[in-house]
Design a protein around this ligand. Structure first.
Ligand code: MTE
Length: 332
């Protein structure tokens, strides 16, 4: 199906045009699985999802949906959602190359099924959890989050998933667990970038346990009403909306509970540039550039203004308490 937008007359393809039918149908099944058992804000039917995914492609029609669907922990986003074609073609996923266009070009080699996530460390119920079981573990919701990359651009994306806290509660961390480490796939056979020395593979990220337990921290399986495209971190990824995008690890294979702050990939690569916390903060510059403003992807015409970056990416009311009394210049 093609959607003609009012503004530019351009006919935007939606997923059903660009995806082979078999893949499309298996996506439908997955989305159905996502929707089963869902209560409250979760979407009821595939038809509703499809209608929603299509409405994302039409500029200017998102505010009402945003208002009804994104009230998680009091965080409402009333901004235009980034177009799917931008969110799925301008990516950072260094396992598939360092150019923004590389992941969309190269990630087709990623094998997302079968998939499982190993839970280990200081936890009562360690083990290997199959993707199918993770999908069903809790009701999935649609949540619209800003994603602010440390490089100075941002997007607004409707994710599909549930709070990571749901999984954490199920596996029961032990009293000594203070941090959570997220390890993502590093398969040199399917990921051409893993041969490069730009990062120490696998890509590892980490959160304090209370950050990981915060209701805004999302375990995402989909976006725009579809399963995640491979370049966006299929089949499951993290989204931590108040932190710079690199904290949101893609294609997760291991979640480890520890008593020590994890060594993270970007911190190991350049400790003075990428701190462990990496909360979005317009007052703390990157050593090589300001973080006070950002460019919204899709708004980069000749006269597009830069936006002011918001403290904690606009989620200060929800997460500010997590950092009460901390010197955020020191713990950047
Ligand atoms: N996860 C892995 N495994 N590898 C990566 O290179 N890049 C990070 C993060 N997660 C990255 C990753 C960075 S720098 C950003 S800004 C976001 O993913 C980008 O997510 P997006 O492509 O969905 O916008």
């Amino acid at each position: 199906m093609l959607i003609k937008t009012h503004a530019d007359g351009f006919v935007h393809p939606v997923a059903s045009d660009v995806t082979p039918l078999a893949v499309y149908q298996s996506r439908r099944d997955l989305i159905r699985l996502m929707a089963t058992g869902a209560a409250g804000v979760a979407l009821a039917s595939w038809a509703a999802r499809e209608a929603l995914a299509q409405s994302w492609a039409a500029p200017g029609q998102n505010a009402a949906l945003a208002r009804t669907r994104s009230n998680v922990a009091g965080a409402l986003i009333m901004e235009k959602v980034t177009e799917y074609k931008d969110a799925s073609s301008y990516n950072n996923f260094y396992e598939f190359g360092t150019d923004k266009a590389d992941p969309a070009k190269n990630a087709h080699t990623l094998k997302t099924s079968p998939w499982s996530v190993e839970i280990e460390g200081l936890v009562k119920k360690p083990g290997r959890y199959a993707l199918e079981d993770l999908l069903k573990l809790s009701a999935q919701e649609e949540r619209i989050y800003r994603l602010r990359c440390v490089e100075g651009w941002s997007m607004v994306i409707p994710w599909v998933g549930y709070s990571l806290s749901e999984l954490i509660k199920k596996v029961e961390p032990l009293a000594g667990a203070k941090y959570v480490e997220f390890v993502t796939l590093a398969d040199p056979k399917t990921m051409p970038g893993v041969g490069s020395r730009v990062l120490d593979w696998p890509y590892v990220e980490g959160l304090r346990l209370d950050e990981a337990m915060h209701p805004l921290t999302l375990l995402a399986f989909g976006m725009y009403g579809e399963v995640l495209p491979k370049q966006s971190g299929a089949p499951l990824r993290l989204v931590v909306p108040w932190k710079y995008g690199f904290k949101s690890g893609k294609s997760l294979v291991k979640i480890r509970f520890t008593d020590k702050q994890p060594a993270t990939a970007w911190n190991k690569a350049a400790a003075s540039e990428y701190g462990f916390y990496s909360n979005v903060n317009p007052d703390v510059d990157h050593p090589r550039w300001s973080q006070a403003t950002e460019r919204r992807i899709g708004e980069d015409g000749l006269f597009a203004r830069k936006r002011k970056t918001l403290m904690f990416n606009g989620y200060e009311a929800q997460v500010g308490q997590l950092y009460a009394g901390m010197d955020l210049k020191k713990y950047f």
